[in-house]
Design a protein around this ligand. Structure first.
Ligand code: NAP
Length: 293
C-alpha cells in the first residue's frame, strides 16, 4: 500500500531512495538549498519539496539523509512537525552516536544504514537501483517498537536490499573494519605516493599507475566530508582499527627488513585465503549470521 514517505537531505542517498520509493509511494522531500528542491521536483524525483521541515507533517515514514553532522540538529527542528505515529529512520554510516542522540527523543525511531554509494555526492549523483542486492543494516534497540522496525524493513526489502539486524555498537565496529579503515588506508596510500621526493619518479609512477593502483586507491578518493564524518562519529572504532592496521604494517616492515621471505609468503597466503570470506556470499553460508533468510 502506498505511503507518504519523507526524505530529508536530497543528496546521493536521499535522492536515490526517492527515485526507487516513488514507484509505490508519494515522496515529500526537504533539502537545504532551494535549487535542490526545485531540481528534485522538475526531475520528478519527489512529488513535493521544500526547504521547510513542516512539509514532513504529511509523512508516515521519514528518512533522515543529511550528512551525519546535521542529523541531530535536524531532528530537533523536525520533532514539532511530526505526526504522532510517524516513523523516523536515518541512513547514517555510523549508528551508535545517531541512535544515542535520536532514540531518547522519538520512540518510533529505527537506526538504519543502506550500504551502497558512489564517489559522488549531491542530488545529481542520485541513481535508481543503487540499493539492489546491497546490505541494509537496521539497528533497533530493546525499546524500538517492532511495528516501526517491520515498516522500515519492508521499505528496505522493496529496494531489493539484503536486510541485516544488529546492535548499533556491533554495526560501528564491523563497518570500521570494512568501510572506515579502508578509506583511511587508501587515502594514506595516495598520500604516501605523493611523498616521493623526486618529481621525475612521481611523474613516472603516475603515468604507470594502472588497475592495481586504481583498485587500492579508489575509496581514498571519495567524498572527504563523509570520510571526516566516519572518523568523527565512529572515532573509537576507527582508532582501534587503525592501531590494528599499524601493528600489521610494523610486522610487515620487520619481515621485509629481516628478509623473512617465508614468513612474508605465509602471511600473503593467509590473506589470499581469507579475502573471499569478506566478499562472496557462498563463503558466508556456514557462519552464524544475522542476515534475513
Ligand atoms: P550528500 O550527497 O552530500 O547528500 C546530503 C544532502 O543533504 C546534500 O546534498 C544537501 O543538499 C543536503 N543537506 C545538507 N545539510 C542539510 C540540512 N541541514 N538539512 C537538509 N538537507 C541538508 O551525502 P550522502 O552521501 O547522500 O550522505 C548522506 C547520508 O548518507 C550521510 O549520513 C551518510 O553517512 C549516509 N551514507 C552515505 C553513503 C555514501 O556512500 N555516500 C552510503 C551510505 C550512507 P542541498 O545542500 O543540495 O540541499
Amino acid at each position: 500500500m502506498g505511503m507518504n514517505i519523507g526524505i530529508v537531505g536530497l543528496g546521493l542517498i536521499g535522492g536515490s531512495l526517492a527515485l526507487d520509493l516513488r514507484q509505490q509511494h508519494t515522496i515529500f522531500g526537504v533539502s537545504r538549498r532551494p535549487d535542490t528542491c526545485k531540481q528534485a521536483i522538475a526531475r520528478r524525483i519527489v512529488n513535493q519539496a521544500s526547504t521547510d521541515l513542516s512539509l514532513m507533517a504529511k509523512a508516515d515514514v521519514i528518512f533522515l539523509c543529511t550528512p551525519l553532522g546535521a542529523i541531530e540538529a535536524t531532528v530537533t527542528q523536525l520533532l514539532p512537525h511530526l505526526a504522532p505515529n510517524a516513523i523516523l529512520t536515518d541512513v547514517g554510516s555510523v549508528k551508535g552516536a545517531v541512535v544515542r542522540a535520536i532514540a531518547p527523543q522519538w520512540q518510533n525511531f529505527v537506526g538504519g544504514h543502506p550500504m551502497a554509494g558512489t564517489a559522488e555526492s549531491g542530488l545529481d549523483a542520485a541513481l535508481s537501483g543503487l540499493f539492489v542486492g546491497r546490505p541494509y543494516v537496521l539497528t533497533p534497540t530493546d525499546s524500538t517498537p517492532t511495528t516501526a522496525v517491520g515498516t522500515v524493513a519492508e521499505l528496505a526489502r522493496s529496494l531489493q536490499s539484503q536486510i541485516y539486524y544488529c546492535s548499533p555498537e556491533a554495526h560501528d565496529r564491523a563497518v570500521a573494519w570494512i568501510s572506515h579503515l579502508p578509506v583511511m588506508v587508501s587515502a594514506s596510500l595516495i598520500a604516501a605516493c605523493l611523498s616521493e621526493s623526486s618529481p621525475e619518479v612521481l611523474n613516472l609512477a603516475q603515468s604507470l599507475a594502472s588497475s592495481g593502483f586504481r583498485d587500492t586507491s579508489r575509496v581514498g578518493s571519495g567524498n572527504p566530508e563523509l570520510g571526516r564524518m566516519m572518523a568523527e562519529f565512529n572515532r573509537d572504532e576507527v582508532v582501534r582499527s587503525l592501531h590494528a592496521y599499524r601493528h600489521q604494517l610494523d610486522q610487515l616492515i620487520t619481515q621485509v627488513e629481516q628478509s623473512k621471505w617465508n614468513s612474508l609468503q605465509q602471511r600473503l597466503t593467509q590473506t589470499q585465503i581469507a579475502r573471499p570470506s569478506f566478499l562472496s556470499d557462498p563463503q558466508n553460508l556456514g557462519k552464524p549470521s544475522v542476515k534475513e533468510a
